[in-house]
Ligand binder design. Structure first.
Ligand code: PLP
Length: 516
């Protein structure tokens, strides 16, 4: 799609492409800009067109290079611009807030807009979530939740509960805690040996017979039990009394959009209760409409049927980011149930008299003089401009009915991706198709070395990304092995956009089949 919209460049050193002029002596732009999760060689995916966006409006980006093309944002940025781009209400709120109160700290202090933001989030969230702690990103939200879980047990006199349980293939951001409980091997490999101790991993709840399930895989009750038993095994090896928390994404996003089988999360909650540990939902990508509801936590698909209290949200802690501010300003948050929050306000008497702690820590007397509260936070916790963006984002979701719109678009997206097996190249190239709510993934069959037949993991994903981009669609290639194509379009996606997305994917698959 070419666009008449001209992408403006503020740099006087711009080249005719619209991008800053490259330094002829040595450095390309992709060299100077050290891109996250990207090697220099893969930065431009080896293609002649630079993959840079100069502007965005609604559900489309405009490329920086000429001729400027409009590209359907099939990922809502990085699962974060849930309301689409250029929402005037959010822009206005942010600019006004910058003029009124650009920054104020939250340590021992606060400001009205942070209070308002906390209240609005708690009101929107399922009933059990009563307190909001703010951070600067999803990784910080995860780090905060893990630390809160450890501090909670200590405050309750159970300082031996230190084991954090994550899952294979999970993504919980890139800070040390999130990386350690995460299970994406590439993200861990470079730091092996320096990850957090006291971490165990369960399997991710998927098996080949779930392939091509529409929505949440149904009819896998025994498998759900089996996967949840991993927690009981971990408890039997390490001692249930030593487990602090289990952290899971209700739907695994970055790992390749893996939707758990029906009943799995509810069974996991029951196992957490048996073990006596906390359950943390990392809802960084599932909250704010992605499932067609405000949170995955308040969808009947994600709680125990018939357990009244689960309807109020069955996780003890919930991590949020991304759609929290429509990504206009970076922010993260942790929602907490009252028992967790309250333990940290009053629990230090118990901690001071914790025999285990006193016996094992020669300087335990330090704790007896400790003030109650959580000794953790960030300069940008509850940043007023993030709060303004967050409040305006919630207004936008509400005014445009974006969560229910997403629920209406979900079946169209489901059809759009599952019917791809029938297009030319579909059967040959697709190893799996998965979807839930306003998110979908294609798992590509890996390309193979023509002479040895060995799989070249990641090559299919990179080629597909490039084909889709040329067809006018932005997708995300990644996941374990690199051949998962994940889509999480803005909730404002229209039926016309979905049919464009289907056609772009179909054309890309047909081009892909030439490579096999
Ligand atoms: N948790 C989940 C489930 C995520 O998908 C992400 C980011 O993709 C994060 C945490 C980390 O968020 P951030 O990149 O804002 O640190």
């Amino acid at each position: 799609r070419s666009s008449s919209a001209s992408a403006s460049s503020s740099s006087s050193a711009s080249s005719s492409s619209g991008l800053p002029a490259e330094d002829a002596s040595s450095k390309s732009n992709a060299d100077v800009f050290w891109a996250p999760f990207t090697s220099r060689d893969h930065h431009a995916h080896g293609a002649s067109e630079a993959y840079s966006f100069a502007s965005a409006a609604g559900n489309y980006y405009t490329t920086a290079t000429k001729p400027h093309r409009q590209i359907l944002d099939g990922v809502a940025g990085l699962w974060c611009c849930n309301a689409g781009h250029g929402r005037e209400r959010i822009t206005k709120a942010v600019t006004e807030q910058m003029r009124t109160l650009d920054y104020a700290p939250s340590f021992n202090m606060s400001h009205p807009i942070a209070y308002e933001w906390a209240r609005r989030l708690v009101d929107l969230a399922p009933d059990n979530y009563k307190h909001a702690f703010f951070a600067g990103s999803g990784s910080e939200a995860v780090e905060s939740a893990l630390k809160i879980a450890l501090a909670y047990h200590r405050a309750n006199g159970q300082s031996q509960r230190r084991i954090l349980v994550g899952r294979e293939r999970a993504y919980h951001g890139t800070n040390f805690g999130g990386m350690s409980v995460g299970g994406m091997t590439n993200n861990r490999k470079q730091f092996e040996g320096s990850l957090l101790p006291n971490v165990a991993h369960m399997r991710f709840p998927y098996k080949p017979s779930m392939r091509f399930s529409r929505g949440m895989p149904d009819g896998f009750d025994d498998d759900a039990d089996d996967f949840v038993n991993d927690l009981r095994h971990i408890a039997s090896v390490h001692g249930a009394e030593n487990i602090a928390a289990v952290i899971v994404e209700p739907i695994m996003g970055s790992g390749g959009l893996f939707v758990p089988p029906k009943g799995y999360l509810g069974k996991l909650k029951s196992a957490c209760e048996e073990v006596g540990c906390l359950l943390i939902f990392d809802e960084v990508i599932t909250a704010f409409g992605r499932t067609g509801r405000a949170f995955a936590s308040d969808s009947p698909d994600f709680v125990r049927p018939g357990v009244e209290s689960d309807k109020g949200g069955m996780a003890d802690l919930v991590c949020l980011a991304k759609g929290l501010t429509n990504a206009v300003i970076p922010a993260g948050a942790v929602l907490a149930q009252a028992h967790v929050h309250d333990a940290l306000q009053t629990g230090y008497e118990k901690m001071a008299s914790d025999e285990n702690l006193v016996a094992n820590a020669p300087r335990a007397f330090h704790y007896s003089g400790m003030m109650p509260g959580l000794f953790h936070g960030y300069t940008y916790s509850g940043h007023p401009v993030a709060a303004a963006a967050g409040l305006a984002t919630l207004d936008e979701y509400e005014a445009e009915n974006l969560f229910s719109h997403a629920a209406q678009m979900a079946p169209l997206l489901e059809d759009a991706v599952h019917t791809l097996v029938d297009v030319p190249g579909g059967k040959e190239c697709l190893a799996d198709v998965r979807n839930y709510g306003c998110a979908a993934a294609l798992e590509l069959a890996p390309l193979r070395n023509k002479s040895t037949g060995a799989p070249m993991f990641g090559a299919a994903g990179r080629a597909f990304f490039q084909f889709a981009f040329e067809e006018g669609l932005f997708v995300r290639n990644g996941g374990q092995g690199g051949d998962h194509i994940v889509m999480s379009p803005p909730l404002s996606i229209t039926p016309e956009d979905i049919s464009f997305l289907h056609d772009a994917l179909a054309r890309s698959l047909s081009r892909m089949s030439q490579l096999h």
